[in-house]
Design a protein around this ligand. Structure first.
Ligand code: C5P
Length: 316
């Protein structure tokens, strides 16, 4: 494919900026099936995109450098931000020397297991393609996105996806038979989990023996139940962050929330409670939980909401 020849600066989008929603994800189950020689692990996981997300504004830049700004002080603004990495991948793959001004309005916590940074990267890839006159197909963007991180390709799925490999092999599935407006509560302590540290603590002997295809079939048939929401990274994450185990126990056992399932997302440190809109009581009761991030969220699929299509309301 000769992307550069298809790039005509005059054919760019007439508006030179777009404002986009950048969703996050949870893992309804996550099995780790093998340790690989390349340093990664093979996964089998049910990812679901959710409606907690950031806002990103992309503008065609006049110069030869990307410029990233953010409302959040803790967001890295250089090469270690996956948005910049995504734009570098776009330029490398297409040969199009276009740079951007980006503003990132951050809402999704980082180090949370919610794929916030990965979602931003997918949104950046999509936006760069859009603003340069769509030289690449969605399938190509999905393929390129695996170079940015293992959790990026799922953001080109329809929203509910069975992911294997290191997470980058994405298979769209029938969403679980629960209404999209099934409420969930996301609870994240201030402390984060670093993905490589969590994987380092993982050992195959401790993994669940559940067949992931069977888990997928069970969820599709019976809905989201505690016994299907297995996450092999929970035990290793609890070793990295011992207070997380107590947090999960307290959410499962106490308070107002009556969840049909409570589980950790990704490599942590977010604990998800599905099926009840009430946050656990203790978050208000106890001073030491004041730093806990709590949000309500809902499932999101592309049937319902083309999350990358700038709606009129979202247009800059
Ligand atoms: O692909 P990504 O850059 O998101 O992965 C970050 C780190 O997480 C990897 O360097 C690796 O240590 C760990 N990881 C893993 N197996 C995966 C995904 C991530 O071991 N499937």
């Amino acid at each position: 494919d000769d992307f550069a020849s298809r790039f005509d600066p005059d054919q760019r989008r007439r508006t030179n900026s777009i404002n986009l929603f950048s969703p996050s994800k949870i893992n309804l189950f996550l099995r780790v099936t093998a340790k690989r020689p390349d340093g990664y692990h093979d996964l089998a996981s049910l990812f679901h995109v959710i409606d907690l997300g950031d806002r990103l504004k992309f503008t065609l830049g006049p110069g030869r450098k990307d410029a990233l700004t953010s409302n959040a002080r803790w967001v890295p603004l250089g090469k270690d931000n996956l948005v910049i990495k995504a734009l570098d991948v776009f330029r490398a793959k297409t040969g199009i020397p276009q740079y951007f001004w980006i503003h990132l309005d951050k809402k999704v916590p980082t180090g949370a297991g919610l794929g916030g940074g990965s979602g931003n990267a997918a949104t950046a890839l999509w936006a760069a393609n859009e603003l340069t006159g769509r030289p690449a197909s969605n399938a190509q963007l999905l393929e390129w996105s695996a170079d940015i991180g293992s959790d990026v390709p799922v953001f080109f799925s329809r929203g509910a996806a069975y992911c294997t490999g290191r997470g980058e092999i994405v298979e769209d599935i029938q969403p679980p038979p629960v209404p999209l407006d099934t409420p969930m509560v996301l609870i994240k302590p201030r402390a984060s989990c670093k993905t490589p540290a969590v994987f380092k603590k993982f050992s195959l002997e401790r993994a669940s023996s559940a067949d992931p295809r069977e888990l997928l079939r069970s969820i599709t048939e019976h809905g989201i139940r505690q016994e299907f929401c297995v996450n092999d990274l929970e035990e290793p994450a609890f070793e990295v962050l011992p207070s997380l185990k107590r947090l999960k126990e307290r959410i499962s056992s106490g308070g107002r929330g009556k969840y049909s399932a409570v589980f950790m997302s990704g490599s942590g440190s977010t604990i998800v409670g599905v099926g009840d809109p009430e946050p656990p009581q203790f978050i208000y009761d106890e001073e030491r939980y004041q730093d806990v991030f709590t949000e309500a969220a809902y499932f999101l699929t592309r049937e319902e909401d083309e999350w990358y299509r700038p709606s009129r309301a979202m247009e800059a």
